[in-house]
Design a protein around this ligand. Sequence first.
Ligand code: HEM
Length: 271
Amino acid sequence: MTRRQRGWRIPAALVALSAVPLAAGTARLVELAGGPRLIPSDPRFTASPLPVIVHIVGAAVYALLGAVQFVPALRRRHPRWHRVAGRAVVAAGAAVAGSALWLTLFFPPEPGSGPLLFALRLVFGPAMVAGLVLGMTSIRRGDVPAHRAWMARTYAIALGAGTQAFTEGIGGALLGHSALVLDASRGAAWVLNLAVAEWAIRRTSPDRPRRARRARRARRVPAGLVVADRHSRGTGGNDGRDRRAAHHRREGLAADAGQWTRHPWPPVHSR
Ligand code: HEM
């Protein structure tokens, strides 16, 4: 598998994760449009279909176009596409979160759910909006790592809808069926997604060698061992410069982009 093909693995997995709610959403749209009834009709949505239509269409755009934004080669080779598509993804994300709040606050509660899910939706809906705003403001000031981190967290919240298909099934099988189990298993999906996003953000952070060095210093490992360790792992004894350069190449950034220019190489030692 080539590097370019590998870059599509994560987006493909993300699309696969959103497949269940997107299929349900398509079935709901077909039903609301008067087509064949693929899923049981819901009188709440039949009476007032607009928010659920906005929610489903927004979610489809956000999940599919948003997944493509994670392909490194596309960001690198088509930065204009990334910017234009990114604006559409943010608008779709705002539609998902806004309609989710609308459905939560102004519709009768989902049958079988309880107050915990109601509260969780009131937390994660606004959290999604906050993530989108922080992602936009960070890229406007040129902070690429913060932009990536916020966009990943926001996507993780939205894709809770996909993970919930699994956690709900597992929760029901292990603990039986009750409002509390349903609510908690849906909440677990959001927590799980955010934990995976945090892990991925830290794993790909260009600052990782600096953090590891700080941790080694905290453990008081002698300096010679630190250098040997760096060489032996082949990560380069140049204070993370290779790694940052590789990160810039992946992201299509100029070598002097953003915050990394603050760290000169070789280091300037004052007497
Ligand atoms: C890409 C992400 C998402 C997808 C694909 C998605 C999909 C769907 C679908 C298909 C429905 C309609 C269910 C039906 O017809 O019975 C729905 C309903 C709903 N969604 Fe989402 N959703 C997403 C994100 C979110 C988020 C992040 C929240 C909350 C923070 C949320 C809250 C809701 C609520 C409150 C309802 C109404 C549930 C009811 O009362 O039956 N959704 N979603």
